[in-house]
Write a protein that binds this ligand. Structure first.
Ligand code: TTP
Ligand code: MG
Length: 398
């Protein structure tokens, strides 16, 4: 059957992460139960288990369990206190691999992330090869194993990565989502915590298939807003996007006039110059953003900010200016003089995302031109070359 993958969401999670790093550095511990956590002090120790390897889990030891209890369950395990910096280092290696694999990564924790792989299938030939390739690259870079889940939505991808741990690869194609979810215990669903479980359990509901028999109205009556969420999770309905972490949150520039200004032509031209500066900084960083902000402060120090979010990321002067000047219009009737102006761009997307996005031919040409201007400015300093608009009306003070 030809699957119709509208989105390809991949979830990756390292296996017994802290314990696996310890085993890697101490090969003599491999194959033995190992617990990373507080010192058990012969069973009298305080504190909890950070994680246990899969051998120790056979004895019932798990994360967050009191270390004294772990010791009772498995006194012959190797007990190691956590080495945080070391795990950070391995986490960095993991994320370096992920960053090369997809421009859209949402880190969830030290050893776990979502990757949006939509539109990359042709690079791998199949979803399965994609998953295997990632696991292999992670193993090559870190010496550790990861489990991967691939599905059309986030919630299912997350369940899938956990499905066949350790060293798992579980693919849930769009046509199989319901078949995959139905036999699972409801606790596997995102949003079904202990309380929700208790209520549903009393109704005799244990599996997702049973949960699906309950009408939406009943779930809403019992759980409020959460009811609708659970209803959707049981059907693999999840619109949430992979949300990459922005390292730089925004790029902005502002100027304060030495003398408050009421000349709106000049104010517009200043907004243009600010847009130009912001665009130049974005392009040099190889990033683009989806939200354009305008900030305006009047002579009485009243300050307003306005913003507009677009459906694509921009980095061209004219795109940023066109939004910023629209946002400016609202204030044009004001009798007050303007003291400060600012233009900014946020919701930034990475270099790779920008390159991957399908630029219109026209945009590409403009980008090229603006990049040439950036280079000239870098070489000869500000003011050597400017858009016609910024030559026309330079603010007296900036
Ligand atoms: P997890 O991915 O939840 O667990 P894990 O990687 O050890 O095992 P699994 O194969 O089931 O994914 O957490 C990642 C690391 O975070 C884990 O190795 C240790 C740490 N951690 C804690 O310190 N305390 C906790 O309660 C949990 C859940 C994790
Ligand atoms: Mg893990």
């Amino acid at each position: 059957m030809k699957e119709n993958w509208k989105r390809i969401i991949l979830h990756v999670d390292m296996d017994a992460f802290f314990a696996a790093v310890e085993e890697l550095l101490h090969p003599e511990w491999r194959g033995k139960p190992l617990v990373v956590g507080a010192d058990p002090k012969g069973g009298k120790g305080r504190g909890v288990v950070s994680t246990a390897n899969y051998e120790a889990r056979k004895y019932g030891v798990h994360s967050a369990m009191p270390i004294s209890r772990a010791y009772r369950l498995c006194p012959h395990a190797i007990y190691v206190e956590p080495h945080g910096r070391l795990y950070q280092e391995y986490s960095r290696m993991l994320f370096a691999v992920l960053e090369k694999f997809s421009p859209r990564i949402e880190p969830l924790s030290i050893d776990e992330a979502f990757l949006d792989m939509t539109g990359t299938l042709h690079l791998f030939g199949s979803v399965e090869k994609m998953g295997r390739e990632l696991k292999e690259q992670i193993h090559r870079a870190t010496g550790l194993t990861a489990s991967v889940g691939i599905a059309p939505v986030k919630s299912v991808a997350k369940i899938a990565s956990d499905f066949n741990k350790p060293d798992g690869l579980t693919i849930v194609p769009p046509s199989q989502v319901q078949t995959f979810l139905d036999p699972l215990p409801i606790t596997r669903l995102w949003g079904v915590g202990q309380k929700t479980f208790d209520v549903l359990h009393k109704l005799g509901i244990e599996t997702v298939a049973q949960l699906r028999k309950i009408p939406l109205e009943v779930l809403e009556a019992k759980f409020g807003k959460m009811g609708a969420h659970i209803f959707r999770m049981a059907r693999g309905l999840d619109e949430r996007e992979v949300e990459p972490e922005e390292t730089v949150k925004s790029v902005s520039n502002e100027i304060t006039f030495e003398k408050d200004q009421s000349d709106w032509e000049l104010i517009h031209d200043t907004v243009f110059r600010l847009s130009e500066k912001v665009a130049g900084r974005l392009r040099r960083a190889g990033i683009a953003g989806r939200t354009v902000h305008l900030k305006i402060r009047f002579q009485d120090f009243k300050t307003y900010t306005r913003s507009q979010t677009l459906n694509r990321a921009v980095q061209l002067t004219e795109d940023i200016f066109s939004i910023a000047s629209q946002l400016l219009q609202e204030f044009e009737e004001s009798p007050r003089a303007v003291r400060l102006l600012g233009v900014g761009v946020s919701h930034l997307e990475s270099r790779q995302a920008v390159q991957l996005s399908l630029w219109e031919e026209e945009d590409r040409k403009k980008l090229k031109l603006e990049q040439v201007m950036d280079q000239l400015q870098d070489k000869f300093g500000q003011g050597v070359i400017m858009h016609a608009r910024s030559l026309r009306g330079k603010p007296r003070h900036s």
